[in-house]
Design a binder for this molecule. Structure first.
Ligand code: ADP
Ligand code: MG
Length: 293
């Protein structure tokens, strides 16, 4: 039988904008000491926009936008949507990509106007053994120091452009992190994005532990590793990518504005998407359990 206090706690959660899967969820939060936060869409809004296009010698901005935009138009990734939207706004309708392939956590590849194209992180274009022009590399580092994400576009045997997208930290994220610390939790930022961008975002919200460049398939293993170190882990995420990690965590929290897959995999949903509700969830469960014991 479920203690009445847990049911009351669940009801109180609903008032706080917390959708709790079952009363027993409140018990599993008891010993949580670490809270892993996904970056894109959880700490940040996840609504990205293209803020800069840097081209190599011999490549025009229009070509870079058309070719990269056409390829990204076939992808659902927030980076891809930002690139495709900007390209369409500037150039009008884009050509259709053929042979599109999504390379999870790396980027995309396919054929546009007869050119074999890759758009993604440096390790993706490295598969084609193409050197990155020094101007593009310098621009990438500068963008990452500012917390932006920069992806390379390569076609016809050369890396030809750098596309810089910017996401914004949710206004409530820094306060949410401060509250989680106030509850004695260690916040950790987890992302597939590069380390420099991740550190810049972490600094903006007051997190000092960063685990970056994690492939989607490895996020759950990161949680398991923290658990093996003896930590009791809550994870907050929004993406399809995050679902296995949410399931692995001792307590999985999803963002209400996130994907259905993440919501399904989680124990508890922060309905409004405001990260401050994560602290409310921890406080509620502690209060509920104090009532029982
Ligand atoms: P996150 O964990 O932050 O949601 P992902 O695992 O989805 O990140 O992606 C990790 C990195 O892979 C991105 O930062 C980007 O460099 C690259 N990437 C993934 N998908 C794309 C895409 N469609 N276009 C360009 N780059 C991409
Ligand atoms: Mg995300």
């Amino acid at each position: 039988a479920t203690p009445t206090a847990l049911l009351v706690g669940t009801g109180r959660g609903a008032q706080l904008g917390l959708l709790i899967k079952g009363p027993e969820v409140l018990e599993s939060t008891r010993r949580v000491d670490t809270i892993v936060l996904d970056k894109t869409g959880t700490v940040t809004t996840g609504r990205m926009s293209l803020v800069d296009v840097v081209v190599a010698d011999g490549t025009s901005r229009a070509d870079a936008l058309r070719i990269a935009g056409a390829l990204e138009d076939a992808s659902e990734h927030p980076i891809a949507q930002a690139v495709a939207r900007a390209a369409r706004d500037e150039l009008g309708p884009l050509p259709a990509a053929e042979g599109f392939a999504n390379r999870e956590g790396l980027g995309v590849e396919g054929v546009v106007d007869g050119h074999g194209v890759q758009v993604g992180r440096p390790s993706l274009v490295a598969e084609w053994s193409l050197p990155v022009p020094s101007g593009l590399d310098a621009a990438r580092h500068a963008a990452e120091q500012q917390g932006r994400t920069a992806v390379l576009a390569a076609w016809d045997g050369a890396v030809r452009a750098l596309l810089v997208v910017a996401d914004t930290v949710k206004p409530s994220s820094a306060e949410a992190v401060a509250r989680l610390r106030g509850l004695g939790l260690r916040p950790v930022l987890l992302t597939g994005d590069n380390a420099a961008t991740a550190r810049a975002v972490a600094a903006e919200v007051g997190i000092d532990e960063v685990i970056a460049e994690v492939l989607p398939a490895d996020k759950a293993a990161v949680i398991r590793r923290l658990q093996d170190e003896g930590r009791v882990v809550a994870m907050v995420g929004d993406g399809v990518n995050d679902a296995p990690a949410l399931a692995q965590a001792d307590l999985g929290l999803s963002i209400g504005t996130g994907t259905d897959v993440a919501i399904e995999a989680s124990d508890l949903t922060l309905v409004s998407g405001d990260l401050r509700a994560a602290g409310d969830a921890i406080r509620l469960s502690r209060a509920t359990l104090r009532t029982i014991q």
